[in-house]
Design a binder for this molecule. Structure first.
Ligand SMILES: Nc1ncnc2c1ncn2[C@@H]1O[C@H](COP(=O)(O)OP(=O)(O)OP(=O)(O)O)[C@@H](O)[C@H]1O
Length: 334
């Protein structure tokens, strides 16, 4: 287990990590998330004894990292994919690490094969691409066959095959009962890989929960509906749900499930051409939860929010106009 208790790191006025407490359990992959500058790398560096906390503690398997006699056998870590002597070959780099931690030499060939670098084992790491350096970093993390893995942005630079391989590796490590903590900004990939999430913003804990509970709690379930009687349907649903246009000719309904929408439409004699529940995503949930913790935002995401808002207002006006026309036509036909 990785146990973080009241962990705090200040750099002058900046609280990079602020009274963080969480536990990472074995047998699952825990995703470590947060906007840029949230304090993820600083937390991981403190767990690995590379930065000293201002206060609080971090232990791995009950001991501070530095207290493990052979740390590579206790914790495999990938923090910085460039942390090799460029003049050393991949194999020599791993042999040196193995020797320093009493790890048998045969592990070097095993991990090189595991990460797909056998054919370049005798090349200098200075000639490696980002993805190759990342794979070598992962080989180093696996070298001591450790029960705990801590990986900071392990997907950086990996090609699509590499990303799928990484997903399989993480899942396999967790299935073997190991503790896996990984940070990533690739939400769609994390959604496929992680079972549990620890989310931080501005150095503070904002969620520590299972993936499913997180998505359920921080995103709304939506249903896409298409009907030739969209306005009538809209009026029927709006007392109980939020309805907006999807930009084509469909309506996106929040607040009612597909079965209920179908039942209401049937009861009102409204014809439906499509009724599709939309899966909420980790990305949506993450953006909703961390909206107030984002420190570095671009103008385009600000615009994205205001356009969405304007779109909704315009849509309501559009529906109201349609309603007025509908009522006027009925009056006239009477
Ligand atoms: N050595 C340092 N000196 C001063 N400030 C630092 C130092 N290291 C980190 N910080 C600050 O601490 C905060 C957290 O940084 P950190 O790198 O931990 O964030 P992060 O969550 O890993 O971000 P990203 O997703 O961008 O990698 C930032 O405000 C950063 O500027």
């Amino acid at each position: 287990m990785i146990e973080v208790r009241g962990l705090t790191k200040r750099y002058g006025e900046v609280s990079a990590v602020d009274d963080l407490t969480f536990t990472v359990r074995p047998g699952e992959v825990t995703g470590f998330l947060g906007p840029n500058g949230a304090g993820k790398s600083t937390t991981l560096r403190m767990i690995l004894g590379l930065d000293a906390p201002t206060s609080g503690t971090a232990t791995v398997g009950g001991l501070p990292y530095a207290a493990h006699p052979a740390p590579l056998r206790a914790v495999g870590a990938l923090l910085d994919a460039g942390a090799f002597l460029p003049s050393r070959t991949a194999r020599d780099h791993l042999l040196a690490l193995a020797a320093s931690n009493g790890i048998p030499r045969r592990r070097v060939a095993e991990v090189l094969a595991e990460v797909g670098l056998e054919s370049v084992a005798r090349r200098r790491t200075g000639t490696f691409s980002l993805g190759m350096r990342q794979r070598l970093g992962i080989a180093a993390a696996l070298l001591g066959d450790p029960p705990v893995l801590i990986l900071d942005e392990p997907l950086n630079g990996l090609d699509p095959e590499g990303i799928v391989w990484m997903r399989g590796l993480m899942r396999r490590m967790a299935a073997q009962g190991r503790t896996v903590l990984m940070s990533s900004h690739l939400m769609s990939e994390l959604e496929l890989t992680a079972d549990h999430l620890v989310v931080i913003g501005r150095g503070r804990l904002i969620a520590d929960t299972s993936m499913t509970a997180f998505i359920d709690a921080h995103s709304s379930r939506e249903v896409l509906v298409r009907s030739p009687q969209a306005q009538t349907l809209c009026r029927m649903l709006e007392p109980a749900a939020e309805v907006r246009e999807d930009g084509t000719d469909g309506l996106v309904v929040t607040g009612l499930d597909a079965a209920r929408i179908g039942a209401l439409a049937a009861a009102g004699g409204v014809e439906l051409h499509e009724l599709t529940p939309r899966q909420a995503s980790l990305e949506q949930a993450f953006m909703n939860l961390t909206r107030d913790s984002v420190q570095y935002r671009t103008e385009s995401t600000e615009h994205g929010r205001s356009t969405e808002h304007t779109g909704r207002t315009e849509h309501i006006e559009h529906i109201e106009r349609a309603d007025r026309t509908d009522r006027a036509q009925k009056e006239m036909s009477r």
